[in-house]
Design a protein around this ligand. Sequence first.
Ligand code: PLP
Length: 320
Amino acid sequence: MTDCADVARERLATLPTPLHPAPRLSEHAGVEIWFKRDDLTGLGLGGNKVRALEFLLADALAQGCDHLVTGGGPQSNWAMLAALAARTRGMPSTLVSYGDPPAGGAVGNHALAVLAGARLHFTGDPDRTSADRGVEEVCGRLREEGLTPYGVYRGGATGLGALGYAHATAELDEQVRDAGVRPRQLWLATGSCGTQAGLVAGRAWLQAEHDVVGVTVSRPAPECRERVHRIASEACGLLGVSARPLQVEIIDGFMGPAKGARSTAGETAAELVARTEGVFLDPVFAAKAMAGLLAAAADGTVEGPVVFLVSGGAPTLFTA
Ligand SMILES: Cc1ncc(COP(=O)(O)O)c(C=O)c1O
């Protein structure tokens, strides 16, 4: 398998994750669909963020850091997994959430972060970007206490983190060859954009044939395009891939009422996938992306075979 040997990596995930056909869903959609099961990455309850954490945690350790600081909302899959990953290397963490502690107590990812022993800090400001400012503030305070914190903004969406999905492209490449399938498209949910950026960089790195199609679930499409492009370019720099036009395709219109809230189309899509393939899609990322894919299939604008990234987020099945 292609490897980026000179970038440090801490193994956290159980890889390769399975790739398998979704025949009953394909029949329903009229398009051949395969599932890449990154809900089964193995750390905690799995999920896409484990791949980015392999590179970010390695960087933290290489820099001699002794405390991980990151953030998001109380139901951030990223933040919970970051705290858990840090624990596997003996590192404590502080998670900064925007807003106030939820009135009903800790559930879902919030409860799991408490279980992982993360220190929790709420900014008291409902603006999501306050979590990123909070990361800086907490890092500053920890430095004053003599610690060496490693701060990462929401989602871990950096060029270094994106190497996780550049490597996943190599993994997928091998699997589709073995399965004798030539995907035309790879669909996924796009939030902080690091996952799509890694897949876009991976596509350029390996000159893969498939298009990468992100369904935005939390940001305006132009912002996503800019972020995916910027982060993928950073990842290409780390991979030594010479600059060439990067293909960034974003589908809009499936966010539903709000980021982090269930949507009617997403609920319908998740129900269909559970009932045809026995796979649970999380309500706020993969379910919305699947709604986008099914709508495109119904419109006849999708060319199969399609690989759909099942990206995890199991803790929010019970909360969002
Ligand atoms: C389950 C799940 N799927 C998809 C995504 C989107 O990934 P990204 O933030 O890298 O765009 C996330 C982000 O938190 C997630 O938790």
